[in-house]
Design a protein around this ligand. Structure first.
Ligand code: HEC
Length: 146
């Protein structure tokens, strides 16, 4: 019993340490946040594309989670000295107003998505397009190709 507990605690600390390591650098913060957005967008995209059955509750939940991520404060993950151009382009710092406008456009699109995601598939489809477009608009300008 004691051994099991110790093992569990060690595993938990390991998980916490791994989590902290993941978000250690701005790049890692960006990466974790973007991947989390991609996960929710993927759930919704599967429904939109008919690869998964439309599920109002699941669509609502994914949209709500995506909206939280999209409207979180991204700025701590984008300090100018971290924009090395590997993927996050240095142009972000020199075009901060435009970058912020693209960030805000995504936040507005996800908020509109939350309002209708649980209504029906047609409503989800209509609101999904602008979200994908908002992701793409920023990547096109500020994410370097691999
Ligand atoms: C305002 C700009 C902006 C918006 C909006 C944006 N992204 Fe990103 N995204 C970036 C930048 C910049 C990077 C590269 C970050 C890096 O590598 O340091 C990136 C990287 C990513 C990555 C790669 C993460 C990795 O490390 O593997 C994914 C996935 C991603 N974004 C998904 C999304 C999704 C999904 C949306 C919309 C829901 C979105 N992004 C909206 C700027 C944006």
């Amino acid at each position: 019993m004691r051994l099991t507990k110790t093992t569990m605690i060690a595993a938990m600390i390991g998980a916490i340490t791994a989590g902290a390591t993941l978000a250690e650098t701005p790049h890692e913060m960006r990466s974790a946040m973007m991947k989390a957005q991609g996960k929710q967008l993927g759930i919704l995209g599967a429904m939109v594309q008919g690869k998964a059955p439309y599920d109002a509750a699941a669509a609502s939940a994914a949209a709500t989670e995506l909206d939280k991520l999209a409207n979180a404060d991204w700025m701590p993950a984008f300090p100018a000295d971290s924009l090395d151009g590997k993927r996050a382009m240095p142009e972000i710092a020199s075009n901060m107003d435009d970058f912020m406008a693209k960030y805000e456009a995504l936040g507005a699109a996800t908020t509109a998505l939350v309002a209708v995601a649980g209504t029906d598939l047609d409503a989800l489809k209509a609101a999904f397009g602008p979200v994908g477009a908002a992701c793409g608009a920023c990547h096109k300008s500020y994410r370097a190709p691999e």
